[in-house]
Design a binder for this molecule. Structure first.
Ligand code: GLU
Length: 445
């Protein structure tokens, strides 16, 4: 390992020793940057690696709210403003009980490079709270969002920091957050949040964007082997926003999605998953996917099971970090998988990634493949700034162009510095170089 990389890792590990997922994300990126160090001595001269591993600002705050049972709760909230070198901090809010500083920092770090890859003017950030939205009443969710925004509002702004949704935060939560922001600031600052509902400033196709983008990226990978998604047998993990719209697009393009999952287990439907039912369960009934079997009697549900042992051609991890490990990778490879495309952030463990690389399996890394969501968020900001509303077709067309551009960046840098299909290395290098160049222009800040 190059001494500068080793030294940076040592410093970052010492500083953040209690944050394993953050360290995993850092290691994954900076160990792929070795081939560019010789050509770019300024990276070491200006200590860019270490600077990029330290968030510009980290906010931890208390969120006090009352549950329907009358009890007062104190929840921890976060906003990591990781990098504003390419634009206002941009990234989602995650409401989930397992959220902590390390998770926030890993997501913020990934977001910097992902946002850079989009080619748009957005910096990187992430936030959230250790809040469990599942099982909460609508009123509780509203009160929590209002309490959360009562602190967050002082840190954000359409030219400062622009949050959006992530796990546990969808259009409903964005609505409550926006309402409170407007009340506190007395400003209708449309571009302060993205992922808004279409009726009041949201962008068409924002909801679909991450999942569709994952599929557009997949199409580009398959094209290199003269193939398409049509007729392919597919499995998807997750049943949230990313998984749902990935399944929808894949089905539209003639693939057959036979399994998906959520935290309770795996759903298997040989005839092909009926995405409208999954959508209805998530968005309307707010129920776990097990209830799918009430709608389709020939589907089966396996409690607590992972999805990865279902034989398939294409696999899409769209649930959460580290959900697919080395053992799962081996099972997928033994069952003949051709392609993995990451919809979630860092869903594959390092040994799983290594196994796919060694087996020559096409691999779409998250920060490239799932960048469609944040890219359309930036298009939402653009529409808000211009007081415009683009058509679904227009936004979808832009999204396709962005995903194709990201893919060609990944290919270009993979070919130049790694091996031609190492899109993970290509994505890291492409994302890194754009941030690095902007940092150099801004001087020592
Ligand atoms: N949470 C999404 C992501 O991981 C979207 C962020 C955004 O739209 O700002 O990229």
């Amino acid at each position: 390992m190059h001494p500068y990389i080793a030294q940076t890792l040592e410093t970052v590990e010492k500083r953040n020793h209690s944050e394993p997922v953050f360290l995993q994300a850092v290691r994954e990126v900076i160990t792929t940057l070795e081939p560019i160090l010789a050509e770019h001595p300024e990276i070491e001269d200006l200590n860019l690696l270490e600077r990029m591993c330290e968030p510009e600002r980290q906010v931890i705050f208390r969120v006090v709210w009352r549950g329907d049972d009358g009890k007062v709760r104190s929840t921890r909230g976060f906003r990591i403003e990781f990098s504003s070198v390419l634009g206002p901090y941009k990234g989602g809010l995650r409401f989930q009980p397992v959220v902590n500083m390390g998770v926030m920092k890993f997501l913020g770090f990934e977001q910097v490079f992902k946002n850079s890859l989009t080619g748009l003017n957005i910096g990187g950030g992430k936030g959230g709270a250790e809040f469990e939205p599942y099982g909460k009443s609508d009123d509780e969710v509203m009160r929590f969002c209002q309490a959360f925004m009562s602190e967050l509002y002082r840190h954000i702004g359409e030219q400062r920091d622009v949050p959006a949704g992530d796990m546990g935060v969808g259009a409903r939560e964005i609505g409550y957050l926006f309402g409170q922001y407007k009340r506190l600031t007395n400003r209708y600052e449309m571009g302060v949040l993205t992922g808004k509902s279409v009726g009041w400033g949201g962008s068409l196709a924002r909801m679909e964007a991450t999942g569709y983008g994952v599929v557009y990226f997949t199409q580009e990978m398959l094209k290199t082997r003269g193939e398409s998604v049509e007729g392919k047998r597919v499995i998807v993990s997750g049943a949230g926003n990313v998984a749902t719209y990935a399944m929808k697009k894949l089905t539209e393009l003639g693939a057959k999605v036979v399994a998906c999952s959520d935290i309770t287990g795996t759903l298997y439907h040989e005839d092909g998953i009926d995405v409208s039912v999954i959508k209805h369960l998530a968005e309307v009934e707010r129920k776990h996917i097990r209830a799918y079997c009430d709608h389709h009697r020939d589907a089966t549900f396996r409690l607590g099971a992972k999805v990865w042992n279902v034989p398939c051609d294409l696999a899409f991890p769209c649930a959460t970090q580290n959900e697919l490990d080395g053992k799962d990778a081996k099972e997928l490879i033994d069952n003949g998988v051709q392609l993995i495309c990451e919809g979630a952030n860092m869903p594959c463990t390092p040994d799983a990634m290594e196994a796919f690389r060694a087996a020559g399996i096409l691999f779409g890394p998250a920060k490239a493949a799932n960048a469609g969501g944040v890219a359309v968020s930036a298009l939402e900001m653009q529409q808000n700034a211009g007081l415009e509303q683009w058509t679904f077709k227009q936004v979808d067309h832009e999204l396709q162009k962005i995903m194709q551009r990201i893919f060609s960046q990944c290919t270009h840098y993979a070919e130049k510095y790694a091996t031609p299909t190492d899109y993970a290395a290509g994505a890291n290098i492409a994302g890194f170089l754009r941030v690095a160049q902007a940092m150099i222009s801004h001087g020592l800040i």
